[in-house]
Design a protein around this ligand. Structure first.
Ligand code: NCD
Length: 309
């Protein structure tokens, strides 16, 4: 392995199928070890810095949990207001500074391209935990790990990605990974929130079957997996536009009754109203198992970029 050692994790398009296989294998090993032993010591003496300039519950806490389960330490900036970003410090300077303290940096920032700037400035590996409406590669990797576990294979799946495909960084990254496994893709969104044109044309050029539609039922009836997303309210400059699209796609018991087939449902979370809580007890509702998988996948990423796996 070793292909991740010293690397930055910035974009869904940076991975090969071989990388993903290696990551899945390492994550599955940690899942087994953790269930047996509770915590490990592989990264004892290493320090992770999490720099979060946008809200987060799962991504920051799961990276920090992953590091601590591996015996490493964590230093953290949990909001822009509590750091020198509030005094006008650039992302590059913040990253260069934090690299003097930590062996690896995880950053989330509202601007597309910010993680790349941090990576160029910092001599330690930088992991993009969301750069605005850009990319969120570690979420996509844990999504892929979850899909493999839930569906048994990654090959030849039909997947519907639903919701805010324009601003949703998780779907931008996940599409890149799914395209490596001959997925058939349905992009389901309101007209104003379609998947960015460059992503769609790149997929088509590479021969990946893509259908863009506004009809969730029609897409779901053909799919193995529904990947729901939140309308990204914070990315709208005009809130009246948000009001027009919010609540457009909702999965509830009635929808599933009408669908009349088994389907796996994922969501990066947080949800607003896209999945009614009555769906949570449905066997295919995998989004809380998906959260748990985030720990194993982030343990694997940390160990691999630090050259310990
Ligand atoms: C996502 C994000 O921050 O992009 N959340 C997450 O990391 N699990 C999705 C979202 O906020 O809608």
């Amino acid at each position: 392995m070793g292909s991740f050692r010293g690397k930055d994790i910035l974009h869904g398009n940076q991975f090969s199928k071989k990388d993903i296989d290696a990551l899945i294998k390492t994550a599955a090993g940690f899942e087994r070890d953790l269930k047996r032993q509770g915590s490990l010591t592989l990264l004892k003496g290493k320090i992770l810095a999490t720099l979060f300039f946008e809200p987060s519950t799962r991504t920051r806490l799961s990276f920090e949990t992953a590091m601590q389960r591996l015996g490493g330490g964590v230093v953290s900036v949990a909001s822009g207001e509590s750091s020198s970003a509030a005094k006008g410090e650039s992302v590059a300077d913040s990253a260069r500074t934090v690299a003097q303290y930590a062996d690896v940096i995880v950053i989330r920032h509202p601007r597309i391209g910010s993680a790349k700037e941090a990576a160029e400035a910092a001599p330690v590996p930088v992991i993009n935990a969301g750069d605005g409406a850009g990319q969120h590669p570690t979420q996509a990797l844990l999504d892929i790990y979850t899909i493999r576990k839930e569906l048994g294979s990654l090959r030849n799946l039909t997947v519907s990605l639903v919701g805010d495909l324009k601003n949703g960084r998780t779907v931008h990254a996940l599409t890149e990974l799914l395209s490596l496994f001959q997925a058939h893709l349905y992009f389901v969104s309101p007209g104003a929130l379609r998947m960015p044109g460059e992503i769609v044309s790149d997929l088509k050029r590479r021969g990946i079957p893509v259908v863009e539609t506004e009809d969730m039922m029609q897409a779901a009836s053909k799919s193995d997996l529904l990947y729901m997303t939140r309308i990204q309210k914070e990315r709208f400059t005009d809130l009246s536009e948000y009001e027009q699209v919010k609540g457009r796609y909702v999965i509830d018991g009635r929808f599933l009754d009408r669908l009349r087939k088994e389907i796996t449902i994922l969501h990066p979370l947080p949800r607003v109203d896209e999945i009614h809580p009555e769906v949570d007890s449905f066997p295919g509702a995998a989004y809380f198992r998906q959260v748990k998988n985030g720990i194993y996948v982030r343990m694997a990423l940390l160990a691999m970029v630090l050259g310990k796996k």
